[in-house]
Ligand binder design. Structure first.
Ligand code: XUL
Ligand code: CO
Length: 448
């Protein structure tokens, strides 16, 4: 990269400076990549990734305003700027010290007039990406295909009422998988932004769901044919841009996968801003997916609790990062997934430095969340309380319920013998009340 143009001149590699003061913002105060916690480095637990579309393709434009972000890498012909953008991105990854990135096919290279031209553009850019990956050691956390921006996808891709469009999406995914293989991507994401409906009156929901399942099966078959090892991930979101998206939330996606026999081929990429859009708490889908063995990766962003839409902000709330990291540690890590910052600087944050400050703040927030979660787990206070709360399932009838051998007749016999509750009155409410108090206080107590 030495001969390349420098885009972030004057910004050195970001260092860990634990004692840094409040005005020193170009350093990590909490994220110490090499530090070992519960047998693993912070870098390994957190597996941070920078997203290409917001951080390098974003212009600051919104539905009410023109671009505000003046990026030098956007100058030149579409292919020239694509190359400059990629070099700028790798300079950023390296200076920030993040080992992974994510991209849509159409972020990396411009769409051509034909499928063949788009594929040629993508191949050319993938060659450069591979060279930069080899030079820097930065890897692809996941690739995805943009099956929502082009006008052809206005009525969906895999669920489009016209099979011609579904075919185009299939051809695009085939190429996307080839590129994933070439670049050694560790995961491949499907986000169905336009897989849903605006009006139920003109929609055959059963047919669309079946087509979507067939589409996923084609992808699974081609992946196996290619010998591609990466993990497939579906990213739930309830709405935006569709009024109703099929992949509403974690549990809807898991239900869909099980219904169509796809559950062994996919896991979930959970984006907390999508979770809150679905009416759940920040950590809800991370916890639910993890509980069912389906948490693959996290698009670690946040919305604004006082707004109702997908604002893709950088996560800064320590309570939220603590609960996510507790679930991540609980399942033994996110690998081959990671924490991908699907987040964008605000359109008012026009300086190049702001791109660093936003990522540094979010990485520090996750480092603090990790430390908190480790402390909660090592102290063992909450886990002991949870164990005690469910202790009636470790003996007698409870044990039979646990292993699935209990019957309704057993229930009836048990209640006839024992009445409503055999525990002394004090213990009945205590067990529940104490746990709730500790749960509410825990994140505050361990906030280091
Ligand atoms: C949209 C979103 C996407 C996916 C990849 O809200 O999160 O960027 O992460 O297509
Ligand atoms: Co996302």
């Amino acid at each position: 990269m030495a001969a390349q143009e420098e885009f972030f001149a004057g910004i050195p590699k970001i260092q860990y400076v634990p004692g840094a003061g409040p005005t020193e913002v170009m350093c990590f105060k909490h994220y110490n990549a090499e530090e070992v916690l519960m047998g693993r480095t912070m870098e390994d637990w957190l597996r941070f990734s920078v997203c290409y579309w917001h951080s390098f393709c974003g212009t600051g434009a919104d539905p009410f305003g023109l671009p505000t972000l003046n990026r030098r890498w956007n100058e030149g012909t579409p292919m020239d700027s694509a190359k400059k953008r990629l070099c700028a991105a790798f300079e950023f990854f390296t200076k920030l010290g993040v080992k992974y990135y994510t991209f849509h096919d159409r972020d990396l290279s411009p769409e051509g007039a034909t499928l063949e031209e788009s594929s040629r553009n993508l191949e050319e850019m993938a060659d450069l990406a591979l060279q930069l990956q080899n030079e820097t050691g930065v890897k692809v956390l996941w690739v995805t295909c943009n099956l929502f921006a082009h006008p052809r996808y206005m009525n969906g891709a895999a669920t489009n009422p016209d099979c011609h469009v579904l075919a185009y999406a299939g051809a695009q995914v085939k190429k996307g998988l080839d590129i994933a293989k070439k670049l050694g991507a560790e995961n491949f994401v499907f986000w169905g932004g336009r897989e849903g409906f605006l009006s139920i009156h003109n929609t055959d929901v059963a047919a669309e769901l079946k087509h979507m399942a067939s589409f996923f099966k084609m992808a699974v078959n081609y992946k196996e044919k290619l010998g591609l090892k990466c993990q497939f991930l579906i990213e739930p979101k309830p709405k935006e841009p569709c009024k109703h998206q099929y992949d509403y939330d974690a549990m809807s996606v898991i239900g869909f996968l099980k219904h169509y026999g796809l559950e062994n081929h996919f896991k979930l990429n959970i984006e907390p801003n999508h979770t809150t859009l679905a009416g759940h708490s920040y950590e809800h889908d991370v916890v639910m997916a993890s509980a069912l063995g389906m948490l693959g990766s996290v698009d670690s962003n946040t919305g604004s609790p006082d707004l109702g839409w997908d604002t893709d902000q950088f996560p800064m709330d320590i309570r939220n990062t603590t609960l996510v990291m507790k679930a991540v540690i609980g399942q033994g890590g996110l690998q081959p997934g990671g924490l991908n910052f699907d987040a964008k600087v605000r359109r008012e944050s026009t300086d190049l430095e702001d791109l660093f400050i936003a990522h540094i703040g979010a990485m520090d927030a996750f480092a603090r969340g990790l430390r908190n979660a480790v402390r909660m787990i090592e102290e063992g206070v909450i886990s002991a309380m949870v164990k005690e709360r469910y202790s009636s399932f470790s003996r007698g009838l409870g044990q039979k319920v646990e292993d699935g051998s209990a019957t309704l007749e057993d229930m009836e016999d048990f209640i006839k013998q024992n009445g409503w509750d055999s525990r002394p009155p004090g213990r009945r409410s205590n067990c529940v009340r104490r746990s709730i108090v500790v749960f509410l206080l825990a994140p505050l107590h361990v906030n280091v």
